[in-house]
Design a protein around this ligand. Structure first.
Ligand code: XMP
Length: 518
């Protein structure tokens, strides 16, 4: 590692909590560098890591169960401050000869934190602030040298510490948004207890990621399935910065792209970034295979399989010896970071768009964004000079417009949808709404309705407009857009897009609806 900013950092040992990445993210927000490592990291490596502080994450196990992940007791003798969160706190208690027992009632959800003794961890933290609990075990006896510093209605021991040894434990999760003063508590640990400095910026992540990519890839050649979306674009530019021409990106025109998409990708990545970009026009093949298909899941399967086939063929045609596949997998795409039954190895969910590729082509994965959240990826992209037009983009599904042309997908229907979608995009941007919503797009309905234009009766297509707010796409609400904007979009679509005489706005939330109509 070359960057001195990273020499003093926080080490997070992951015991499998679903919130571990939130800890890392909160620490990055404090402009401090951190790394997550599996809880099985050998003590020698921990020592070599030379951390300013160590955090033991939460986890699903119970220290009372056989085979649950533990840690070396010498970890607490390194004279490095340690913060144990939830399972991490129970673990430190257990290892240092305190006593853990199973609680009668699992405590899950909000609680009020009552601070009962002075702690550097709680400086500036209000009494009775809300904290988020999620645990089944509790501490029955503290280890020697420890005291209780806070409690809640259900947990007489909600925070413990040995201030001389600088070892701290929290039963609740300071890293989740529901813990009102979680950020202050983590800041106190970082700055008051570990003596960290605010010296880490998103730009440092660029240098750091480049180092790691170089380490992983060595002399290998890397392929990247570039979709033009935020994630694959940022991943590609990062890998390109790390290994230059040893990266080749393949962009497949599957015939169900939005207006001007292919040009934009070529312009940005080939002309501006000088990335080896191989553009394959496979639109005919995709559309032939979609011919007559109306079932949404069949459309998805056809597109997914054809994508893999075309990509593999193209990689073979290029004739180079690729050993890695770069993917823009983000943290929310990762199902579990650690699985204890089979050891703490990473289990990944393949990216929607390129699922199956790495196994089929025997490629190793390079996933430089695996630990990041979407807004961090956008910041990283901006830092590297990727235009706003790309980094600010809304998500777009892999099966593209095929699942927005409801029913049969034909060239003619795709043209209608593209034209309507382009208007929605332009007006959302002009009205300052594009970046306020999660997604906004057009769908073409498989029905016609009657209208009147001039003095004549028309019998034409209906465009559905969908705009939703969401934080992760898992749940969503319809966007309460200004009526004037909706009216303007509707007028433009009906006047400018031939074959459309009606526009409707989708006012359903997810659940029970989904974001896409198919
Ligand atoms: P739904 O429609 O399930 O969408 O509420 C949630 C999010 O996922 C996107 N989406 C997909 N993305 N392949 C993808 O790559 C797909 O088959 C697919 N289906 C939905 C959708 O655009 C939204 O952001």
């Amino acid at each position: 590692m070359t960057d001195t900013l990273h020499e003093k950092k926080i080490l997070i040992l992951d015991y499998g909590s679903q919130y571990t990445q939130n800890i890392a993210r909160k620490i990055r927000e404090c402009e401090v560098f951190c790394e997550i490592h599996p809880c099985t990291m050998p003590l020698d490596d921990v020592i070599r890591f030379n951390a300013k502080g160590i955090i033991l994450s939460g986890g699903p196990a119970s220290v009372l169960d056989e085979g649950s992940p533990l840690c070396d007791h010498r970890l607490f003798e390194l004279k490095i401050p340690v913060l144990g969160i939830c399972y991490g706190m129970q673990l430190m208690t257990y290892i240092m000869n305190g006593k853990i027992e199973s609680a009668e009632h699992r405590e899950y959800g909000r609680a009020e934190l009552m601070i009962s003794d002075f702690s550097h961890l709680f400086e500036g933290v209000r009494n009775k602030s809300t904290v988020w609990m999620s645990h089944g075990d509790k501490i029955a006896k503290l280890p020697a040298g420890f005291k209780t510093t806070a409690f809640t209605g259900n947990s007489p021991i909600a925070a413990i510490e040995n201030p001389i040894a600088r070892i701290y434990g929290l039963q609740f999760h300071p890293e989740v948004v529901h813990t009102a003063e979680g950020k202050t508590i983590l800041e106190n640990f970082l700055f008051k207890i570990c003596g960290c400095l605010r010296n880490w910026k998103i730009g440092s992540l660029v240098t750091y990621s480049i180092d790691r990519i170089r380490e992983t890839v060595g002399e290998g050649k890397v392929l990247c399935a570039m979709s033009g979306g935020v994630d694959s674009s940022v991943a590609a530019v990062l890998v390109h910065k790390a290994i230059g021409d040893k990266l080749t990106c393949i962009f497949i025109d599957n015939g169900v792209l939005r207006f001007g998409e292919r040009d934009k990708v070529e312009r940005t990545f080939r002309d501006n970034f000088h990335i080896n970009l191989d553009v394959v026009d496979a639109s005919k093949l995709f559309l032939e295979r979609l011919d007559g298909i109306t079932d949404p899941e069949r459309k998805r399967k056809i597109i997914g399989n054809t994508f893999i086939e075309v990509f593999e063929e193209e990689a073979n045609r290029l004739g180079e010896d690729f050993t890695f596949l770069a993917q823009g997998t983000l943290y929310p795409d990762v199902i579990e970071s650690v699985s204890f039954k089979g050891g703490p190895s990473a289990v990944i969910k393949s990216h929607h768009n390129v699922g199956g590729l790495p196994e089929k082509m025997r490629l190793h994965l390079v996933e430089p964004l695996r630990e990041l959240f979407k807004d961090e990826v956008r910041a990283l992209g901006r830092e590297m000079g990727i235009p706003e037009e790309i980094v600010g983009r809304q998500p777009f599904p892999g099966p593209g417009l095929a699942i927005r042309v409801l029913g049969e997908v034909t060239e003619e229907r795709l043209e209608i949808l593209r034209a309507a979608d382009k208007i929605i995009l332009e007006e959302m941007k002009a009205g300052g709404q594009y970046n306020k919503v999660w997604q906004s797009f057009a769908v073409l309905l498989p029905i016609k309705t009657v209208g009147v234009m001039g003095d004549a009766r028309t019998y034409e297509n209906v465009i559905g407009m969908r705009a939703v707010t969401s934080t992760d796409g898992m749940t969503a609400d319809w966007a309460h857009l200004p009526y004037d904007l909706l009216g303007h979009i509707s007028n433009r679509i009906i006047n400018e897009v031939k074959g459309v005489n009606r526009v409707v706005y989708d006012i359903s939330s997810k659940p029970p609806s989904t974001i896409e109509w198919e």
